[in-house]
Design a protein around this ligand. Structure first.
Ligand code: GLU
Length: 514
């Protein structure tokens, strides 16, 4: 390898919010860098000023931060190879464009958009499948290969709008070694003479990308599959600039597909299919439209990363839960697949549930507190922790624990279905017996309550399938939840008795017993 150190870059364009596929690219770059003792660099590719979106760069940085992906170098971190925003590197690119022209590997093109359109129409009429500006058509166009030197000079001197195009050889096999795909061979006749410098004085993506990767000593280019068709042009540029021996290695990641496997996961899919496609919520400054985010939807960053890691990679074992450090340890590009990965919502929930259950009650309580506040509920931290302990097995997201709202508020409404099915004529007397028992229980723990209540029911031949739902209904107003003995032990004796009394009055008013 011509590089002394692994250096990878995540190079998003600030044209909108970062899609989850983009976060996955950042993650794989980061994992690869950390696994190999290398650097993870953030570079902003903002050469397309027409597509620049206000706030996008900040969004990218915040998204990486939320995920716990730290930037070693680049935007927000500094470094020796800056500036890291391409719009601030304009001068650098110009010099290399001139070098390419001088070596005969690029040329000036003066064609107007009408002339380009005319050329396409002409080729279409001649039944050319993909009309393009290439080794054949360039001969008929207005460029420094067809115009006289004097004319070119005078056009340049008078500021005639022009672009610079790469001169793609007519017959050449371009070979790309991709870590994930193996050798990819493309014939140069399939490639057009891409614009490398635009008339606005900015380089295009291809030019800036290659120059920056070279100058920033990038050892591995890890990016989405959608960039594979551009790679032959990049390989040519490395060659033309004399950097062939220092070309980075390439790895093109598989696409992220919709849950049904039909096509690429697009930015509109998420909210339609019930899951976010963006890490953080994004409000489109132009349309005012809001797209939901994983963070706002209650996903934990560690769950999000675990989900992303498995969309394209697998550890080759049956283990499925990996925190960031474990991912670094297990990751390799060799275990990234070639085919697209389908997003699976159920699996995403399963991951979140896992990380929720793994949190301590204290952590969960801290996360639940703001939700309680939104619901105008105030409670002692210690009590909230215990509620979390009981509710966490039943929750996928933090707000799901609000199913246990009854811990904080006495019930005033009662689950209709349970009422209909379980509230019998004998219910008031069953409950009266339970009330006595609860009242007389000194040591008010779940185990003792369970033992005493079960003994009482057995002795008096009372159906547990009626007594327990009745007790739950009176104390909580619902038909299901964590162990009712745990629940009343946590509520405490006085609160349990008060709830039974109040609820009996409500229920009798609300519905006569069956
Ligand atoms: N600027 C490109 C993007 O927006 C980067 C592609 C690459 O990594 O080369 O994804």
């Amino acid at each position: 390898m011509p590089f002394q150190k692994v250096r990878v870059r995540f190079a998003p364009s600030p044209t909108g919010p970062l899609h989850m596929g983009g976060v996955r690219t950042a993650l794989y770059n980061y994992l690869f860098a950390k696994k190999n003792g290398g650097d993870f660099i953030l570079r902003i590719e903002d050469t397309d000023q027409k597509r620049f979106v206000e706030g996008a760069e900040e969004y990218i940085i915040n998204s990486l931060k939320w995920c716990g992906i730290t930037i070693d170098e680049g935007i927000g971190a500094g470094g020796d190879y800056g500036p890291y925003r391409q719009s601030e590197r304009k001068e650098i690119y110009k010099e290399y464009a001139n070098q390419l022209i001088e070596s005969g590997n690029a040329y000036y093109a003066f064609d107007s958009s009408e002339e380009l359109e005319e050329m396409r129409e002409r080729l279409k009429a001649a039944k050319v499948a993909t009309p393009q500006y290439n080794a054949v058509t360039r001969e008929t166009m207005k460029n420094s290969l067809t115009l006289s030197d004097d004319e070119v000079k005078s056009r340049l001197a008078s500021g005639d709008p022009h672009t610079i195009r790469i001169k793609v050889p007519r017959k050449e096999e371009i070979r790309i070694k991709d870590i994930i795909r193996g050798w990819v061979v493309v014939h140069s006749s399939k490639i057009d003479d891409k614009i490398i410098f635009k008339s606005d004085g900015m380089p295009t993506y291809h030019m800036a990308n290659v120059i920056d990767d070279h100058l920033m000593k990038i050892s591995h280019v890890i990016r989405g599959e959608e960039w594979l068709p551009s790679t032959p042009v990049h390989v040519l540029l490395y060659k033309f600039l004399g950097w062939e021996d220092e070309m980075p290695e390439f790895a093109h990641l598989p696409l992220l597909l919709k849950p049904d496997g039909n096509g690429k996961l697009s930015k509109r899919d998420g909210d339609q299919l019930g899951f976010p496609v963006f890490p953080l919520e994004w409000k489109d400054p132009a349309s005012g439209e809001t797209y939901s985010g994983y963070r706002e939807n209650g996903y934990f960053p560690e769950a999000f990363l675990n989900i992303l890691a498995f969309l394209g990679w697998n550890p080759g074992t049956t283990s499925e839960f990996f925190n960031l450090d474990e991912l670094i340890e297990a990751f390799s590009l060799e275990r990234v697949g070639k085919s697209g990965s389908k997003f699976d919502l159920e699996k995403a929930h399963w991951y979140n549930q896992h990380y929720l259950r793994n949190k301590s009650n204290k952590e969960l309580a801290e996360l639940l507190m703001p939700v309680l506040k939104e619901n105008n509920i105030t409670a002692e931290a210690d009590f909230v922790e215990q509620v979390c302990g009981l509710m966490k097995e039943r929750a996928t997201f933090i707000p799901d624990m609000m199913e246990g709202k009854y811990f904080f508020e006495r019930p005033t409404e009662y689950d209709e279905k349970t009422l209909r099915k379980k509230w019998k004529q004998e219910s008031p007397s069953i409950v009266a017996g339970l009330r006595e028992l609860i009242k007389s229980t000194e040591d008010f723990t779940s185990d003792i309550l369970e033992k005493k209540i079960k003994e009482h029911l057995e002795k008096n031949e009372i159906s547990i399938g009626i007594a327990m739902p009745n007790l739950r209904l009176l104390t909580c107003g619902v038909g299901s939840g964590p162990s009712i003995f745990d629940v009343i032990a946590l509520l405490g004796k006085n609160e349990t008795l008060a709830r039974i009394d109040e609820s009996l009055i409500h229920i009798q008013k609300q519905q006569p017993a069956n």
